[in-house]
Design a protein around this ligand. Structure first.
Ligand SMILES: O=C(O)c1ccc[n+]([C@@H]2O[C@H](COP(=O)([O-])O)[C@@H](O)[C@H]2O)c1
Ligand SMILES: Cc1cc2nc[nH]c2cc1C
Length: 350
């Protein structure tokens, strides 16, 4: 299920995009990073005139056993309550989904709290529950390797559904109380970095809450001792079901040649896990924004990534990626809609 290799980027489509950009009615290179974005999108899609609309917004939801250690400012039940809010259309990501006519799916890969029937049966909610939340990583591995693979497969299926529905890029986000704890633990193992420098306040812990969260992560890593050269084993030991599902969605989306817009801290850690499993993934990833969560810096560095926006967000759900979507759309529209010097009868510079 983890792909051995991903489709090669299309260098011919990229070269055509470069040549067209240089013939458009502007000084060469004057649209800066937007031009590089247009070329990257052409290479990913294998189209000299790429198109990212309509986007799919995939929100993966799950619970974390480690929430019992009071590592979040909010109780575990909020995961299910926010899933209900996503189905009702009231969350921030719903606003952006309507704004961009996106195909929005909420994929439950492991929410622990039972949901009312009207939520459970809602067409926007996809039931891919692998188990009712992970186990508490202080007491045992969060899940088995097989469960991590099942969650990854659910993510890959969501990516394939989006491609089949005609979506042209994926915006990948999550909802899961305590998932900054799982993400920080994963990141510490995968980068070998000290826990102290990467733990943040998540949904809003105070300073003593952050110190306690750090101690929980350090104790969990001491007890689990994950092998940093075994990304799947690390994911199973201290990760999360929605993190595994996002990793699977990234890999499944790349197999479909879809540009992948990465959201904040948790989504970037999932992308890092996926890249460790399949290094060719990196070229498909476009980073939407720089999150306020301090560990995001290290995760971005590990992926050699420079996000498009820096807006001080720390919400999740895919909101930072959704905010960056119009930049991708603009890059595509410039390529396909701007006049060339020939079209406009304007003399090109020498
Ligand atoms: O995306 C981010 O960078 C981000 C940073 C901090 C918190 N969050 C969101 O907040 C939740 C996790 O925070 P916590 O404190 O419960 O670990 C989860 O639902 C995430 O979507 C998201
Ligand atoms: C209210 C709330 C909304 C969220 N959206 C993503 N993570 C979240 C965490 C909380 C607590």
């Amino acid at each position: 299920m983890i792909p051995d290799r991903l489709p090669q980027l299309d260098s011919i489509a990229a070269e055509r995009a470069v040549r067209r950009l240089d013939r458009l009615t502007k000084p060469p290179g004057s649209l800066g990073r937007l031009e590089r974005l247009a070329v990257e999108l052409a290479a990913i899609q294998g189209e000299s005139l790429p198109q990212v609309a309509p986007p799919a917004m995939l929100v993966f939801a799950a619970d974390h056993g480690v929430a019992a250690e009071r590592v979040s400012a909010f109780p575990q039940e909020v995961t299910a309550q926010m899933v209900a809010n996503f189905t009702a259309g009231g969350a921030a990501i719903n606003v952006f989904a309507r704004q961009h006519a996106a195909h929005l799916e909420v994929i439950d890969v492991g929410v622990a709290t039972p949901m009312p029937d009207d939520v459970a049966r809602h067409p926007r909610l996809v039931n891919e529950k692998v188990r009712l939340g992970t186990a508490n990583m202080l007491e045992s591995d969060a899940m088995t390797r097989d469960e991590a693979l099942q969650a990854m497969a659910a993510g890959a299926r969501a990516a394939k559904r989006a491609a089949a529905a005609g979506c042209r890029c994926l915006i990948i986000g999550e909802m899961g109380i305590a998932n900054t704890t799982a993400s920080s633990a994963l990141l510490a193992v995968l980068t070998g970095g000290p826990v102290a420098g990467l733990v943040g306040n998540g949904t809003g812990l105070d300073a003593s809450g952050v110190a306690h969260k750090r101690s929980v992560i350090e104790r969990a890593l001491g007890a689990r001792r994950p092998d940093r050269n075994d990304p799947l084993g690390t994911l199973a030991a201290v990760g999360g079901l929605e993190i595994a599902a996002m990793a699977g969605a990234f890999l499944g989306g790349a197999e479909q040649r879809l540009p992948l817009l990465v959201d904040g801290f948790i989504a970037t850690v999932a992308a890092l896990v996926a890249r460790r499993l399949c290094p060719g993934l990196r070229e498909y990833l476009i980073f939407g924004h720089r999150s306020q969560e301090p560990g995001h810096e290290l995760a971005l560095k590990a992926l050699d990534a420079r996000p498009l926006l820096d807006f001080g967000l720390r919400l999740g759900e895919g909101t930072g990626a959704a905010l960056a979507f119009p930049l991708l759309d603009s890059a595509c529209r410039l390529l396909s809609e701007m006049a060339t010097f020939d079209d406009a009868g304007i003399g090109a510079g020498s």
